[in-house]
Design a protein around this ligand. Structure first.
Ligand code: HEC
Length: 101
């Protein structure tokens, strides 16, 4: 559907603008439960990941930087060709939702 694509783009731009206003490593946006990062993650990553990977006791990712490294790695693995904004949107979503660094 056309409208949802437009919505996603608008939301992505909004998220990027918000992030740009924050310090890059601290991503304390809040309210990303249904943002572009959530959509991207649900569309491309959830088939393997139920939330369990991220809520296990010992996270492989121990900093926000490492979360981003994982996201980048998985995006490459899936050949999604995500740009930095998309990687950051998904990392922020995961961080807000599970890690809280
Ligand atoms: C083929 C199945 C599969 C797909 C698809 C997949 N993942 Fe994963 N992911 C895993 C597994 C399994 C692990 C645990 C790896 C480990 O601990 O060594 C993992 C680990 C991770 C971690 C680190 C979790 C931690 O412990 O902190 C992140 C972040 C992550 N994946 C993000 C993503 C993102 C973003 C996508 C979509 C672009 C994605 N994954 C797609 C299977 C998958």
């Amino acid at each position: 559907m056309h409208t949802s694509k437009v919505h996603l783009t608008a939301a992505l731009i909004a998220a990027v603008a918000t992030l740009a206003a924050c310090a890059p490593a601290t991503a304390t946006g809040g309210g990303v439960d249904s943002g572009p990062g959530a959509d991207l993650y649900e569309n491309h990553c959830l088939e393997c990941h139920e939330s369990t990977v991220h809520v296990r006791e010992r996270h492989a990712a121990r900093t926000f930087e490492e979360v981003q490294t994982w996201v980048r790695r998985w995006a490459q693995y899936r050949e999604l060709d995500w740009n930095e904004d998309e990687i950051r949107a998904v990392s922020t979503y995961l961080n807000e939702r599970y890690y809280r660094y």
